[in-house]
Design a protein around this ligand. Structure first.
Ligand SMILES: [Zn+2]
Length: 177
């Protein structure tokens, strides 16, 4: 099943239909007076390469069935004043750390989840306190960090390369199912 595939109009509850809107076929409301179109735009997500006391902190999500450690990520909230504010909030919520800076690394597409990921390097201070979303963290010296060749892994790779490291690629694990 495709991500974000709505079946019913969120405005008037009629079943959505496929409608050719010129550039692309979209799922849309059959009632032209309603006019709802499900544009299926990518969802913005923020991600952090967290640096704490000279090490990178990679985190394991509580829902993952395999021991895979990745970047801190989260969705923007309507109350966030910027992507930088959003990732600083996520680092505080998930790790209990205070961001000292938010340095933009780049944006990366995650087509499978229909997301656009904005990645930041976040030097942070404080004492680690994990939220219940995370089951574990590892601390990795930047020179030893490996990357996975997709989405947030590419952000980690790009940051490591800019620091002068030669990161090795690792396999992407199957996280669910
Ligand atoms: Zn409708």
């Amino acid at each position: 099943m495709k991500a974000n595939l709505y079946r019913f109009c969120p405005q008037c509850s009629q079943p959505l239909v496929e409608r050719d809107l010129g550039e692309q076929v979209r799922r849309a409301c059959p009632d032209h007076a309603c006019g709802y179109v499900h544009w299926n735009n990518p969802t913005p997500v923020v991600a952090a390469v967290v640096e704490h006391e000279g090490h990178l902190i990679l985190a394991r999500n509580s829902l993952w069935k395999v021991p895979f450690y990745a970047l801190i990520t989260g969705f923007l909230e309507a109350s966030d004043t910027s992507p930088e504010a959003a990732i600083a909030r996520e680092v505080e919520e998930e790790l209990g750390l205070q961001a000292q800076a938010t340095n933009f690394i780049g944006h990366y597409s995650f087509a499978r989840q229909n997301q656009i990921i904005m990645a930041f390097h976040v030097p942070a201070c404080g004492t680690v306190s994990l939220s219940e979303e995370l089951s574990d963290i590892i601390r990795v010296p930047p020179a030893d960090a490996k990357y996975w060749p997709a989405a947030t892994g590419l952000a980690l790779r790009d940051w490591l390369l800019r620091q002068g490291h030669q990161p090795e690629e690792m396999a992407i694990p199957k996280l669910q199912g």
